[in-house]
Design a protein around this ligand. Structure first.
Ligand code: DX5
Ligand code: ZN
Length: 248
């Protein structure tokens, strides 16, 4: 998933101007993002609401970029067919919402049968071991470095080592899976994200800052993440407070 240019950048439009999504998409395409990351929230699994399958379909009409659907919803199977109708590249849901091993596995398989890559997202406090039983049905693991629900939060560095653990799980199973990192990734945190093995960096609010050019942010995040990947993880104890404590 990483290209010769470095880790991929998936743009999250959560903090974009929803009144002008066509312009937002053009701007992101011009800025050189690799993928669009669409955050679907239901007001139950997370205390926020965004959009559903019809808006995802609108994005599909607006762009040929690969769409990564990040479902922050209870009952992830409920509207799955309608989401899959937009031919997303991947569909990721939260293991915390899955309702037990059998339903989780069934949804992962339904995603794949629908032609998309299947992913599980893990909240900052959820250990990587929770994903292990599903490794054969997974194409990606999304490590959350914020509590899901809102853009613009601070990167929880204590959750970052799970990226390396996820890559090790895929390797041990002999599977080619991709590691996404989602939450608080920007020019300050990209190197650490890369160091722990991020292959797809989800970048939201950093692309929509007043007075900063989105193309510059894409390149800087990509380069710093690539530099981090080369350098590897920092030595010593992980620097950061307990998962879930750094909400800003
Ligand atoms: C949080 C979302 C993220 C987030 C990314 O619930 O899943 O995709 O919007 O935005 P930033 O980069 O601002 O954390
Ligand atoms: Zn997301």
């Amino acid at each position: 998933m990483t290209t010769e240019r470095g880790p991929q950048i998936a743009a999250s439009i959560l903090t974009a101007d929803f009144g002008h999504l066509d312009r937002v998409v053009r701007k992101l395409e011009r800025a050189g993002v690799d993928r669009l990351h669409l955050d679907v929230m239901d007001g139950h699994f997370v205390p926020n609401l965004t959009f559903g399958p019809d808006v995802v379909a609108a994005f599909r009409r607006l762009t040929d970029l690969p769409l990564d659907l990040h479902l922050m919803v209870d009952e992830p199977d409920r509207y799955l067919g309608r989401f899959l109708a937009s031919a997303p590249a991947t569909v990721t849901f939260h293991i915390e919402a899955g309702g037990g091993p059998d339903p989780v596995r069934a949804v992962l398989r339904a995603i794949r049968e629908g032609g998309a890559g299947a992913g599980l997202a893990l909240n900052p406090g959820t250990p990587i071991e929770a994903a292990a039983p599903f490794i054969d049905d997974l194409d990606l693991v999304m490590v959350m470095t914020v509590e899901p629900g809102f853009g613009g939060q601070r990167f929880i560095s204590a959750a970052a080592p799970k990226m390396r653990a996820a890559a090790e799980l895929f390797a041990a199973a002999g599977r080619a899976g991709t590691v996404h990192v989602d939450g608080g990734v920007n020019r300050e945190t990209a190197e650490l994200a890369g160091a722990w093995g991020a292959e797809v960096c989800v970048v939201g609010s950093a692309l929509f800052q007043r007075g900063r050019d989105a193309s510059d942010e894409v390149e800087i995040v990509r380069q710093r993440a690539a530099r981090g990947r080369l350098a590897g993880p920092p030595a010593g104890p992980v620097n950061g407070s307990a998962p879930g404590r750094e909400r800003h």
